[in-house]
Design a protein around this ligand. Sequence first.
Ligand SMILES: *[C@@H]1O[C@H](CO)[C@@H](O)[C@H](O)[C@H]1NC(C)=O
Length: 466
Amino acid sequence: MAHITHSLGHDYEALHSSPTRLIRRAISCSSRRLILCCGVSGLLLFSTLFLFKRPPSFEDVRSYERRLPQHNLTEALHDTDLQPPGRRKYLRIEGGADTWEGGLNNVIQELTHTTYLAHRAKRAFVFSDFVWTNSRVPYKIYDRSLKPTKVPLNAFISGASAGGAVSDDASITMRSISLEFFDLVCPMNARVRLTARGAPINGEDGMILIEWWLKRLKDVENEPCVVLDFSHNHVFDWDYFGSRQPLTVFPHLKTSPTLTHFSWSPLVLSAVARNFAVLRPSDHRAVVSSQAHSGIGGLVAIHLRRGDFRGHCRYLGSTRASYLGLNQHENLPDKLHIDHRFSDEFIRTQHRRHCFPEINDIVEKLRQIRFESRVTPLKRVYVLSNGWPRWLSKLGEELRRDGWEDVINPADIKLDSKQDQVSVAVDMAIAERAEVFVGNGFSSVSANIIMLRLAKGMSYESNRFF
Ligand SMILES: *[C@@H]1O[C@H](CO)[C@@H](O)[C@H](O)[C@H]1NC(C)=O
């Protein structure tokens, strides 16, 4: 307090000084403020790091990406596997989910479509870092922990979209390249840019939008460096994946390298394998292999989004929203009926129960699913949730009382500091392997889990909704 009065006194005095003295004083004062400001922000940063534990760096993963075989300039400029030999061709997306800071699942949704588009146009896809935030700060607080601003994509996924194999032969011609390598092989003046102006973005059928892009890409088929600029008209964004448009694209994705060669990163898979004793697969291959079709027998994975979803679910009820995107697939057994004759009150209750189920709703639904299951007896539950530990342990108690042998909560999964940074993906990879998945029809996390399960050949019936 004494200091504040003191400096106020100085300012007051300055008012009565000569102009040069005034400026001199102003400078000394602002530099003092600057020091104070730096001190305070330094202290804040320090205490944040102290409180949250500094996140690990992913330099090893970045160096792995740099050394992928397709990142060789000589070969990229003269590929003898091409007919005729010449430059490889690339497709880069700008202004996509990484620019508008979409979460991991928005990024995965976009990647599936853009990688597919690149392959259809006979181009290698250009991947970039996963971006938690575009601001200049080095870290971002997310889901109660500190995240580095940018993470190499191969910390999360390593398949066709991230530079991994895109075919079963050894060819690297079509393998995705990093943005860093693209900048090297395609300097600014060599790039051709296409915008989304005039694209049929809000149609009913996603394939029409894909075909529109393919036609535009055909016009520039001889150009090695093509950029699609999504920054003015978001293309494969939140609206698109919320609508029915992806339903017509899915059958094509399912048989394209995008999904046939999709893979979680070795880091994510290592976390799944590390927890084999908790997941208890009867055949260990269910946790170590990405190809196993049968999954972890007897295990039901459930996705319960809590927290911010309470308000979101209320909003969805008020707009009479339907399930999003792929979750509306006609072969999925659980459907959401919305009839204009239903009263607002009825819709509100219905949406609350499906979107934000309470413990008794969850227990009841899982009892029904266990009863209907004809394959292996369902015995254990794996819970994916951002809910509070107390709520989760209450849920676990109720499920055990209802006859479930074991309930695995997020806290039961052991992760090291790097695996912890990709825990969303670890959860998804486990859900992808469970015999039955019960998701939230309004969630893109659930939609992506279902997409990956269906692409692996798991049955539609094994994907349920609350
Ligand atoms: C890149 O490819 C060329 C031609 O195949 C080869 O001679 C060179 O050693 C490669 N460079 C690296 C860094 O692997």
